[in-house]
Design a protein around this ligand. Structure first.
Ligand code: MTE
Length: 318
């Protein structure tokens, strides 16, 4: 995979036109499959893509209008590069994404140290358009490119002790200036139950808008779990570990009274310091009258994931 450069970035209007065309030609297929059927509908040769391999178009998010590349790559949370929303876009050029290795450890048969390209190669690249809802009460719609997390995890053959999956971000103070201070405990850590991780929605993104993921968005590979608050979506992953015990994630360590493990998007449970009933839509409306929308339970993905939480008290956070 080539590193992203300005002139490689897909022209958004071309991209959106192409999507409109694909939507038209795929209409019949979608009609036959039924609304919400999460089956691939059309493989498109990624003519301008700098990602290796074809990108399969899927019906995920077919009714959502993606935000601009500019919005998605200039309004970020990535504390390894600063705490301001524009800091990652300014500072993340120091991250070296090639070569990149991911170590797989714990309760599985195929532990090992995998080169990123070998890690991705056996899996189908897909485009998934998901709404992204931050716990800070803002949202965007993002056209990710990546691979199914379930497919990846199954290939390592987890055993029956693998109840949770834990992900860690790179630690490197030279490349990640934010790690020179104690803003968070490093490395950034996140976890999922094995059933959450195996849910068809769970995704590992390696690109957006058909191109390599910009560093500020978590290059070269980051987690995307669209029914959970944004902080679960760990960036620049270097380790995947299967374990029996429930892990403690970075924001639980940082502020246990405010953030939990499950962190499912839930408009009925407010953050201790603000409401979660509504979200500000990034880039829409003016500074004084930002566009807001009602937050949906599980961020609109209830049909796909509510069954995972039949035992969980949804009137409580975490
Ligand atoms: N991953 C790492 N390693 N470091 C971070 O600071 N921030 C999280 C998450 N993943 C974060 C991270 C938070 S709080 C959010 S909202 C999302 O990344 C933001 O993703 P985006 O910048 O691509 O929108």
């Amino acid at each position: 995979m080539k590193k992203i450069t300005e002139n490689l970035i897909t022209n958004e209007s071309d991209y959106l036109n192409r999507r409109a065309f694909i939507k038209q030609t795929a209409k019949l297929g979608i009609g036959l499959l039924g609304a919400g059927a999460a089956l691939p509908i059309l493989a498109e040769k990624s003519d301008q893509s700098d990602l290796a391999g074809e990108i399969l178009k899927t019906p995920y998010g077919k009714n959502l209008e993606p935000h601009s590349f500019k919005d998605i790559s200039n309004y970020n949370n990535f504390y390894e590069f600063g705490t301001g929303k524009r800091d990652p876009a300014k500072n993340a050029h120091t991250l070296k994404t090639k070569p990149w290795h991911i170590t797989v450890t714990g309760e599985c048969e195929k532990q090992g140290d995998y080169d990123l390209e070998d890690f991705i190669k056996p899996h189908q690249l897909e485009e998934r358009i998901y709404r992204f809802r931050c716990v800070e009460a803002w949202s965007m719609v993002i056209p990710w490119v990546g691979i199914s997390l379930a497919g990846v995890l199954k290939s390592f053959k987890p055993n029956s002790n693998a109840k949770y999956v834990v992900f860690k971000t790179l630690v490197d103070k030279q490349q990640m200036p934010g790690q020179r201070g104690p803003i968070l405990e490093w490395p950034y850590i996140e976890g999922l139950t094995i059933n959450e991780a195996m849910n068809p929605l769970s995704f590992l993104a390696v690109g957006l808008y058909g191109k390599t993921l910009p560093n500020q968005n978590g290059a070269p590979i980051r987690l995307v779990v669209p029914w959970k608050y944004g902080f679960k979506n760990i960036k620049s992953i270097v380790s995947i570990h299967f374990q029996k015990e429930k892990p403690i994630n970075t924001w639980q360590i940082q502020a246990p009274s405010e953030y939990g493990f499950y962190a499912n998007v839930n408009p009925n449970v407010d953050h201790p310091r603000w409401t979660q009933k509504r979200e500000r839509v990034i880039g829409k409306g003016g500074f004084f009258s930002p566009e807001k929308r009602k937050t949906e339970i599980f961020n609109g993905y209830k049909d796909e994931v509510a069954h995972l939480y039949s035992q969980l008290d949804l009137t409580k956070n975490f």
